[in-house]
Design a protein around this ligand. Structure first.
Ligand code: COA
Length: 638
């Protein structure tokens, strides 16, 4: 099938792109567009060209698989042909107009979009910048401050926002094609117009803010520099510089890493989507427990459009849960993530399990304690219809043991949500030894419904993410014994690109849960296993983290400060363990953390706990703050 078709009717050339699934601008499509542009140039009767796309979206970007090894014809040349056409090209947009798709639309002479269209330049999320005139054309259509936000942030904007800033000329009210035909063409060629409102930009301040925000990612800074070029150089020169930057970045390690994560995320959970079994209907979902996790899960479901029955111990706890969910929705609304608060009307709370009987899926999110969860599952088993799927939200408990408390363990699985559950993108789906296809298909459907990235994990202590985190956390404490300090390890991790170091994270979430888990395991720990007592000593001293005003750091001043008492405890424990303290460089610290992550990752793969190395990278990047532009620990292992 040809990716581009051309029909001429009454002096109008209708150019239709059809290159499923997302009309990505691969080589055949670029060649098709070039040929069509050349043909149209030789047709004296054509007065206007309407460019549109079949399928779910206008061009959603360059073909990411071709990045790094571009093939002729190159997109900038094709776009030059279009922009230089003596008859106007009108872009009729729908769906997600992204990357090269938006550059194509901007090379056209006018743009009209169907309602609901989203437009963006997400290149920085792939470690590159627009490479076909995007940074030169965009600030000639929209004010430079908007161009900076779009290109350096990579987030798409709505059709309404695009109209307000000047990126599109009209939003269609009825038939997109017909209205596109009637669009007037602008007078001056875009590249002859001045850049808009560049004088208002403090480039130095912009760069400093961006450098802090990007944590080592280079593409956003290159994007800013390209926009600055377009404000300061003639358009043609700026375009040449943009192309140079694009080509350099497209073969960079960061871009390779980000592309790896892009495809790994799309592949994650594919096995769940491929299951033949029918998933449980998600229109009505039961949630048990209205604490932090339960309320977050309920909020996520409500935001996605489900009705939720939330069950708590008693009426008072149910009321508190209701308030908690309402607060989460209100905060989401305030942040613009939720249109209105009517979602709350789909929430009912109570304490009677009988209310769950018509929910095809129930997610239990009570206190992380096997005995408490066992009681819940025994009660659920009694009231739920035979085909209902029963999920437990747990971060480390044995899903198989829990499943065996029910008559049909095939309908039980684990769902490890991350806090805050209505925000975090990762969902570890724990496939137990008995979990059946319907339960797994339901988890796949749920992830899609909640717009989360599902990764399948087998049953083990901590599944994929917590298991790797526990492994390197343990090793970090060994490094403390051997001479490092918490602030130094955190600095090394932040320098690598983590948003926070391991000790700042522990202080934020509290040290007590891990302490309880260590105490629970103490009896079964082999006597000859190396064990650092530093964290236990901190907990015994009441240093439970931020909530206690002190943990690995002191928070008396409001910010984390290194604390001599912690250094003292570390020195004492070093001596007790008979270690000689030595200097660690930041690079040595990171090498050790990465090699522990990779070793644990390989063990997890060998045990079949993770299905692929890519899945492990997705877990670490989307759930554990591993810098996306580094691709994940397994990617770095090569
Ligand atoms: N190049 C190559 N393949 C692409 C692609 C691209 N630019 N964009 C999407 N795909 C592929 C996906 O890998 C997926 O393939 P699969 O079916 O084999 O898994 C398929 O197209 C559908 O994508 P998916 O993300 O599952 O569909 P969606 O409807 O949820 O989202 C988009 C559609 C366009 C919003 C989303 O795919 C996206 O953001 N793509 C990247 C766009 C981009 O960054 N463009 C700039 C490139 S410079």
């Amino acid at each position: 099938m040809q990716p581009v078709s051309l029909t001429i009717s009454e002096g109008i050339a209708h150019l239709r792109i059809d290159n499923p699934p997302v009309n990505a601008l691969n080589q055949p499509l670029r060649a098709g567009l070039r040929d069509a542009a050349l043909r149209i140039a030789g047709m004296p009767d054509v007065q206007k060209v309407v460019l549109s796309c079949a399928g779910r979206t206008f061009v959603a970007g360059a073909d990411i698989r071709e990045l790094g090894a571009p093939l002729e014809p190159y997109l900038p040349d094709v776009l030059d042909l279009i922009a230089g056409s003596s008859v106007p090209w009108i872009a009729a947009l729908h769906g997600t107009v992204l990357g090269g798709g938006l550059e194509l639309a901007m090379a056209c002479h006018a743009r009209i979009a169907a309602p609901g269209t989203r437009l963006g330049l997400p290149e920085v999320s792939l470690g590159i910048i627009p490479g076909s005139g995007g940074t030169v054309r965009l600030p000639r259509l929209v004010p430079m401050s908007d161009a900076i936000a779009m290109v350096t942030g990579g987030k798409p904007v709505s059709a309404e926002a695009a109209l307000a800033m000047g990126l599109i000329d009209r939003i269609a009210s009825g038939d997109l094609q017909a209205e596109a035909q009637d669009m007037p063409a602008p007078a001056a060629p875009l590249l002859d117009r001045p850049v808009r409102e560049a004088g208002a930009i403090d480039w130095h301040a912009q760069e400093q803010t961006l450098r802090r925000k990007s944590r080592g990612a280079e593409a956003p800074l290159e994007a800013l520099a390209a926009l600055r070029d377009s404000a300061e150089l003639p358009a043609r020169d700026a375009m040449a510089r943009e192309r140079e930057r694009f080509l350099r970045l497209s073969v960079s390690d960061q871009s390779r890493a980000l592309r790896h994560v892009f495809f790994a995320e799309r592949d994650a959970g594919r096995s769940l989507r491929d299951i033949e079994a029918a998933p449980a209907d998600l229109a009505r979902v039961g949630v048990i427990g209205g604490g932090t996790m339960g309320a977050g899960i309920a909020a996520a479901l409500l935001i996605a459009g489900s009705s939720v029955r939330l069950i708590e111990r008693d009426a008072q706890a149910a009321d508190m849960a209701q308030t908690r969910v309402a607060d989460l929705l209100a905060a989401s609304h305030k942040r613009g993530l939720l249109r209105d608060l009517s979602a709350l009307e789909r929430l009912t709370t109570g304490s009677d399990y009988a209310a769950l009987a018509d929910c095809p899926l129930v997610i239990e999110a009570v206190f992380e304690d096997m005995e408490v969860k066992r009681q819940v599952f025994t009660r659920l088993d009694a009231v739920m219809p035979a085909d209902a799927v029963l999920a437990t939200n747990t971060s480390y408990l044995d899903v198989d043991t829990l499943a065996l408390t029910t008559r049909d363990p095939s309908r039980v699985l684990g769902l490890h949500f991350f806090s805050p559950a209505h925000v975090m993108k990762l969902l570890e789906v724990v496939r137990g030894a008995h979990t059946g296809p319907r339960a797994l298909a339901t988890a796949g459907a749920l992830a899609r419904h909640l717009r989360k990235t599902a990764v399948v994990a087998g049953v083990c202590d901590g599944f994929i993410g917590n298991r790797i985190m526990n492994a390197y956390r343990t090793d970090c404490e060994f490094m403390l014994e051997e001479g490092a300090l918490p602030e130094q390890i955190d600095r090394a991790m932040e320098g690598f690109g983590f948003a926070m170091g391991i000790y700042a994270v522990q202080d934020m979430s509290g040290l007590d849960i891990a302490w309880a888990a260590r105490k629970a395991r103490a009896a079964t720990r082999p006597a000859d296993e190396r064990y650092a007592h530093i964290a236990d000593r901190l907990c015994e001293a009441g240093r439970l983290g931020r909530k206690a005003g002190r943990g690995w750091y002191d928070y008396a001043t409001g910010t984390a400060q290194p604390d001599p008492q912690v250094a003292q405890i570390i020195a004492e424990e070093s001596a007790r363990a008979g270690r000689t303290r030595r200097e660690f460089s930041d690079a040595q610290i990171m090498d050790r953390i990465l090699s522990v992550m990779q070793a644990e990752g390989r063990t997890i793969l060998a045990e079949g706990v993770a299905d692929s190395a890519e899945d492990i990278d997705v877990v670490m990047v989307t759930g554990y703050g591993f810098p996306r532009h580094k691709g994940g620990p397994m990617f770095l292992a090569g």
